[in-house]
Design a protein. Structure first.
Lengths: 250, 204
């Protein structure tokens, strides 16, 4: 190329670098996306447990068929190790090995403080650690556990359950976009009443509130959830969110 | 764009795994990745976010969609990092970015001019420099828009991100001669467009 063109290219080559705010904003959106995928994965696991009894699923739920039916990318094999926005602004860390077994831990590396400080949502991913209830399987139950998880969750769910899962999916999609307000809107628009997935709904609400920086409210919801469902499968997720330490002791 | 480049980003890792060139290894090391060591998402993100962001934008992702596209790239990276074979991290990331950009360009709502990059203006040290830089960036995007998709991607990767032709061939899964051919055509068209622009400016 001629020198003039070379000079022009040289002048613009690094001209469009993103700002630190861009970098932090996208990182946060990635975190929310990954974490929200896990919440829905856990929600599906809960639905499965609720509807089909206590299943012994080796290795935990893997973000499988139900998530697929909802066209939600479950990021099951992941784990966030993140500190809260308020408590440790520079410690947004994911010690993660995506798609690797949870036991194959890698050394974690802290994100640069400038990235982590404003917006790092401490959202964990716990589906690997969502332990299904211990089952002492009798013959009948053993027979059921031989069915695949996929076939189990592919059974027709009740209209209520489908609707609830749709709500969760909408909220999750909004969180994936980093849109906490839309996530809250989706959750608020859901019909009131007894929910089979109340814990998952509350967890998404907590994550949405965290995304909006409404930490006090997030903690309040977490406290209510912890009192109403002390053994919630979402406990670990919440404990690593901005509401961690308030209503969800580990 | 080449048909082979429009596959879903979900299926990338198995497709981008040729042996790295020495320059790739050096580039990866220089950008925080030791090919012999474990990959940590944060390190990958910190080292490569800027390049991915720039590349997406220069491949035609509008500023309004840039956050979403960059997010898509790094979600794929996050999900697939454990499967990455450690050969050429930079090439792997650019391959993902190219496919994501291609996907965004094909979306129905993507039919708009590329707006001036606000980040350039925001980050420039003074208004005069911002204006000049902004004008150059606007011109760059106008010139890139004169290229075909195939030409544009080899031009962006080669002339702006400074990948070698063999690296581009691997990223795009193209024959090396095809890359050279597209580079020649892209350079010629880019230079001609730049010359036309300068001619108009001189007459004005």
């Amino acid at each position: 190329m001629n020198p003039e063109t070379e000079a022009f290219l040289e002048s613009v080559r690094d001209a469009e670098d993103p700002t630190l705010a861009d970098e932090a904003r996208v990182l946060r959106a990635v975190q929310v996306t990954v974490a929200a995928g896990a919440v829905v994965g856990s929600a599906a696991a809960t639905a499965k447990l609720t509807r089909f009894g206590a299943w012994s699923v080796s290795g935990g739920f893997k973000g499988g068929a139900l998530v697929g039916v909802l066209a939600i990318g479950g990021l099951a094999a992941a784990h966030w190790g993140a500190a809260g926005v308020e408590s440790a602004p520079t410690a947004a860390v994911f010690s993660t090995s995506a798609a690797r077994p949870a036991t194959a831990a890698r050394p974690a590396l802290a994100v640069r403080p400038a990235l982590a400080a404003p917006a790092a949502l401490p959202v964990p991913l716990a589906s690997e650690r969502v332990a299904p209830p211990a089952v002492t399987a009798g013959p009948a139950l053993r027979a059921r556990t031989t069915q695949s998880v996929a076939s189990a969750v592919a059974r027709p769910a009740s209209a209520e359950l489908r609707e609830e899962l749709a709500v969760l999916a909408r909220a999750q999609a909004a969180l994936r976009r980093g849109d906490g307000a839309a996530a809250l809107g989706a959750l608020d628009a859901a019909p009131p009443g007894q929910s089979q997935l109340a814990a998952e709904r509350a967890t998404l609400r907590i994550l949405a509130l965290c995304a909006l920086g409404r930490v006090v409210e997030a903690r309040r919801v977490a406290g209510v959830l912890e009192r109403s469902e002390p053994g919630s499968l979402q406990r670990d997720v919440i404990s690593r969110s901005c509401a961690g330490g308030a209503g969800s002791p580990r | 764009m080449n048909g082979s480049m429009v596959a879903s980003p979900e299926n990338l890792s198995a497709r981008v795994a040729p042996t790295p060139l020495p320059s790739e290894r050096e580039a990866d090391r220089a950008q925080g990745h030791d090919p012999e060591g474990p990959l940590v998402f944060e390190a990958v993100y910190a080292a490569h976010f800027r390049g991915v962001w720039r590349t997406l934008h220069r491949l035609g992702v509008s500023r309004a969609q840039l956050d979403d596209a960059a997010q898509d790239v790094f979600v794929v990276v996050y999900r697939r990092l454990g499967e990455f074979d450690g050969r050429s991290l930079r090439g792997w990331l650019y391959a993902i970015a190219v496919r994501v950009a291609s996907d965004y360009r094909r979306r129905p709502w993507y039919r708009r001019s590329v707006p001036l990059t606000e980040s350039v203006i925001d980050s420039a040290p003074d208004p005069g420099q911002a204006s000049e830089l902004g004008e150059s960036v606007r011109l760059l995007h106008e010139l890139l828009a004169t290229l075909s998709d195939d030409q544009r991607v080899v031009f962006v990767l080669g002339e702006l991100e400074q990948l070698t032709a063999p690296e581009i061939a691997k990223v795009l899964e193209l024959n090396l001669n095809t890359v050279y051919s597209r580079q020649r055509a892209a350079r010629a068209r880019f230079e001609a467009a730049l010359a036309r622009h300068r001619g108009r400016k001189a007459r004005a």
